[in-house]
Ligand binder design. Sequence first.
Ligand code: SF4
Length: 459
Amino acid sequence: MLSILDIFRVGIGPSSSHTVGPIRIGVRFMARLVREGCMADVARITARLEGSLALTGVGHATPRAVAYGLLGFAPETIDARAAEAALADLHANKAFDVAGHVIAFDPETDIIFDYETLSDIHPNGMELTAYGKTGAVISRQMYYSTGGGFIASRRQLLTPLPDDIVPTTVTVPYEFGSAAELLEICAAQNMTIAQVVYANEDAARPRAVTDAALDNIVAVMMACIERGLETPGVLPGGLNVNRRAPKLWNKLNNAPPSNERESLFDWLNLYAMAVNEENAAGGQVVTAPTNGAAGIIPAIIKHYCSRVDGNIIPEKARIFLLTAGGIGLLYKQRASISGAEMGCQGEVGVACSMAAGGLAAVWNGTTQQVESAAEIGMEHNLGLTCDPVGGLVQIPCIERNAIGASKAVNAARLALHSDDVMRVSLDQVIETMRQTGLDMSTKYKETSQGGLAVNVVAC
Ligand code: SF4
């Protein structure tokens, strides 16, 4: 089983597949050169981007991410100022050094955008090549950024996985490869989804370490909301999109107290947009389960897992994350959370489903109601395309997170008001999402070749 800490990763914007993944690929390639003992012979490195990484890489800041990875910055710990300075040096010198050994890499010419090649195994391909002094290839590796910051080598993607369970070195007490199996375990053990996931996490590390990691995830999410609320201005990338969260924040704070029922939408919109505007600006966010869909889960936590004074209630937030994370694992293991494979149903749709399930659990729903909430959260996002204008994670992404947050609440409400077994199961809707994603034209899968991307002129 994967860990839910693989689903919720701290990283930087604007994209988990196009920014976080390529950084991790760069780090992994450099570690491989060291492991193989050939780093001292490397004179130059090039990167070739395929498929969606080539088509929307510029808007998603992939070239910057490739450079950060080769320079040794990890997404979880990146210091934005140090990384910017190192990148400026790289552009000036067209080379960087690894423990005193100089390697040529010009970000302008050594990152090749291969628009023609579309891999048969994953649309986010990235090949790194290390050359020696004579120009001979020393090492060439093909990697894939598979969504949510996950990466895989070609060999890993081609190896079939038994029963949809991704093998790791940790043996967990309650392996599950489907929602049906998860519900069976809950029923047999008289446990909630959160308790099952907790027990599995306990196999990897002490409970206190898991709790600290979950609390840190929430803290990073809340800090992201705060920065988003306080940072006005225009988002980078050339679309001239204004940040809207600070204005709305002021408006809501200065408005006279009211019992207007619709104000729920205002607050959810505000928090979700604050996160996604930070993400679009390259700020620190948590994949939930991806960067593009990073606003929905923090918005729900902020609104429903906090006290009146705004402070988070850790126990509630943990139950929310454990449940939402367990649901996220099902999508990751049975389908995909990559916009380039599934369209936006695999990003915002999955986040909505995870949030709906998590919220139903926080509201003390039964295991069946939690499953139903997650199912409803996805059912009404099926077919959602990915067509970002200008290849930037801004339009429709920022508003889409706001809409996704209120949809998640509505899905949880619908599920909690029903005791019936739903006609559509979570497994069925995940499989439907997968098939719909496979059938969807590549125009609508993070290539900016269709939909809003061609009907809204980016200038
Ligand atoms: S449209 Fe959805 S999947 Fe595509 S970049 Fe935006 S958030 Fe991600």
